[in-house]
Design a protein around this ligand. Structure first.
Ligand code: ADP
Length: 542
């Protein structure tokens, strides 16, 4: 079975050793007979084979749940429409019966909840069947896609057609182009900020009304995927990380294939080097000498692609220093490993490289590598050389195997591109994780003016005590980060309320506005209740 084409159900089946709970209860506030009637109506819209219940719901279980109660994010049914018209009809029925719906595109949001809904009893609106690539424009460099188009799909399409365009992909390429952009995910080419590269949407509002954003609102326009803002308020942001609409089409800018490409890696010896690395990095990035969304990867994160913890350390607790040193030697990697790439005509790359090399060479112990210089067949730079040119892959997903039992969730605070801040965040998180017996595995991904510090908390999900410990330390990390002025850019379902509460300036004014918008757009509270901590009135009060 190819891992790339594995279905969600097969994947969750493999990932979940415990039997998942499928509550037979109706969504909150609905009688079983009303719910049965609503399901019947949904069947009329999409066809009975596309309303899933029973064992089919294994596809919608979060394989990495941290919650004791297996039913906490369980769904009683899923509906898979094939068109925006069907989505509209479904939302109208959902309003009539007050059935809460949770839209997903490919449902591969692993580490943040997968395909599972925030609130138990919410029906999953699975948009996977809407998977048409509606347009690829080579001249202007964009695609217009439906929700179910994965990175693998779009990549294959572009290759088959021979278009000279590159994608920008996250570490795991099986997710959807749309879902990742809506969650404001990142990739690693110069187009790494996915939501920044999004242009023009079609959205079905909770009422069932359909709109187009930006230039899409102008009948007969020819710039929907070219100019993001249109006229009047810029609405697209409202539909990212939100529960204000179901996005049914989205434009995404694609990078023209550059005339040259040179990936590289720089390793650094000591943990405290992160401060100097980030200080060197800031002016290089802000001045576009570093062109891509480059990353600084911690020792254990890099090591986990080629080794498991048990190989180096058998007992409980975090990896001891001696083992870390051994890994550095075995894998010829640093405590920190910077992965970047140059793009453009050779003379441009030559010039940029001279500046980058000379800047990082000032850090004692810095070592520079091209993929050809890396000996190990499965070396991370060889994989990242493909990822940084937009080839979707799954290889680095093997980090989940670092400890047995393969659970993982992402803790993702944002930091300024400042050495002292990066060092502070690193120490805060590392110390807390070590205290609770976990290893520190992270990537600092560089954006235009900030760092996404994405920490992979890898745990043995077959071990209830360890899972509980992971949850506890995660709660502490969120609290301590917020106390120090750091917020998460994204989080797992189980922590959406806690993170939302940390964005509390002026007694939570931003959240009150979110609620005002939610109640105006979705008075029956049917769309993704609780997403990002935004609850509709009926559940806020209940
Ligand atoms: P992936 O792209 O990784 O497969 P998902 O499909 O799971 O990701 O989407 C991630 C999250 O984004 C979902 O849980 C949902 O909250 C939101 N989302 C995804 N697709 C849509 C959509 N078409 N409209 C509105 N929200 C969406």
């Amino acid at each position: 079975m190819s891992f790339e084409s594995i279905s969600r159900r097969q994947f969750v089946g493999l990932a979940c050793s415990a039997t998942a709970a499928f509550p037979s209860v109706a969504p909150a506030g609905l009688t079983p007979s009303d719910f049965a009637e609503a399901l019947e109506q949904f069947r009329r819209i999409v066809g009975k084979e596309y309303v899933y219940t029973g064992e089919h719901l294994l596809s919608y279980v979060d394989p990495y749940s941290l919650v004791d109660d297996a039913g906490a994010h369980a769904t009683p049914a899923a509906i898979a429409p094939e068109s925006a018209e069907q989505v509209q009809a479904i939302l109208r029925i959902a309003n009539q019966y007050r059935v809460p719906l949770w839209p997903i595109s490919c449902g591969k949001n692993h580490g943040y909840g997968g395909a599972a809904p925030r609130m138990p009893g919410t029906v999953v609106l699975d948009l996977n069947r809407m998977n048409r690539i509606l347009e690829v424009n080579v001249e202007s460099g964009y695609a217009l896609v439906e929700p179910g188009v994965s990175y693998f799909d779009l990549y294959r399409h572009i290759q088959e057609k021979g278009y000279k365009l590159w994608l920008d992909v996250p570490d795991a390429g099986w997710g959807s182009v749309m879902g990742n952009a809506l969650e404001r995910g990142v990739g690693y080419t110069p187009y790494g900020d996915h939501f920044m590269m999004q242009c023009g949407m079609e959205v079905v509002l909770p009422s069932g009304e359909i709109i187009r954003t930006g230039m899409g609102a102008l009948p007969g326009n020819n710039t929907w995927q070219l100019f993001k803002y249109g006229y009047g308020p810029y609405l697209d942001g409202m539909f990212s990380q939100s529960n204000f609409g179901v996005v049914t089409k989205m434009g995404i800018w694609l990078m023209p294939e550059p005339p040259g490409y040179r990936p590289y890696m720089i390793s650094f010896e000591r943990e405290e080097d992160i401060e100097a690395v980030v200080e060197v990095l800031r002016p290089l990035k802000v001045n576009s000498v570093i062109q891509n969304a480059a990353t600084i990867r911690s020792l254990v994160l890099v090591a986990s692609i080629n080794a498991t913890k048990s190989h180096y350390h058998k007992g409980p607790g975090p990896l001891p220093d001696s083992a870390a040193r051994k890994i550095m030697a075995d894998q010829d990697i640093g405590m920190w490993n910077f992965y970047g790439a140059l793009y453009g005509p050779p003379p441009v790359m030559d010039t940029l490289w001279t500046i980058i090399r000379d800047s990082f060479a000032k850090i004692p112990g810095a070592r520079f590598f091209t993929p050809e210089q890396r000996k190990h067949e499965n070396d991370v730079l060889k994989h990242r050389a493909l990822t940084m040119k937009g080839i979707p892959r799954l290889t680095e997903y093997s980090l989940v195997n670092w400890v047995g039992g393969g659970g993982h969730i992402g803790f993702s605070p944002v930091s300024p591109i400042k050495g002292t801040e990066a060092l502070k965040q690193f120490r805060m998180v590392r110390d807390r994780l070590h205290e609770h017996g976990f290893d520190y595995m992270s990537v600092f991904a560089i954006g235009w003016r900030e760092l996404h510090h994405v920490v992979e908390l890898v745990f043995d999900k077959t071990n209830a005590e360890e899972t509980q410990r992971a949850r506890k330390v995660f709660e502490i990390l969120i609290r301590e980060a917020a106390d120090a002025g750091y917020g998460e850019y994204r989080t797992h379902l189980a922590f959406m309320d806690q993170v939302a509460r940390t964005y509390s300036w002026n007694q939570g004014a931003a959240q009150r506005l979110n609620e005002l918008l939610k109640d105006a757009l979705d008075p029956n509270g049917i769309l993704a209740p609780g997403k990002q901590g935004i609850w509709p009135k009926r559940f806020r009060e209940g």
